[in-house]
Design a protein around this ligand. Structure first.
Ligand SMILES: [Zn+2]
Length: 115
């Protein structure tokens, strides 16, 4: 059973991560594309930068979603329960991956390189 102390620790960690992500996303939004998009060569650089930022921002959004999910599950008391098999997720796994929604077993079964 995950203790309240563990949950508090993980929630603090998640909240910190969330703030960090939100800061990073704000930074991306304020990237200055400047008024100097006159020369063609520089322009393509800027476009590339923009594409990269978009990719980064979608990764950040994805992570933020996972963190929000985890925080919501902490709020509703379902945190730490595998959504696949309903078994408890070990504190150890949550310590490594606080956003995890499945237990170690299911994680291994599903794998990352299938599909
Ligand atoms: Zn499971």
């Amino acid at each position: 059973m995950i203790s309240k102390k563990d949950i508090r620790r993980l929630r603090a960690h998640l909240t910190k991560e969330k703030k960090k992500l939100e800061r990073q996303m704000k930074k991306l939004q304020f990237v200055d594309f400047g008024d100097d998009i006159d020369s063609g060569e520089e322009e393509s650089d800027k476009v590339e930068e923009m594409v990269t930022n978009t990719a980064i921002s979608s990764v950040l959004q994805e992570r933020l979603k996972g963190i929000n999910d985890a925080l919501a599950r902490i709020g509703s008391g379902t945190y730490g329960v595998c959504k696949n098999c309903g078994k408890e997720i070990s504190v150890r796994l949550l310590g490594v991956d606080p956003e995890s929604q499945v237990c170690q077993n299911c994680k291994m079964k599903h794998g990352k390189n299938s599909g």
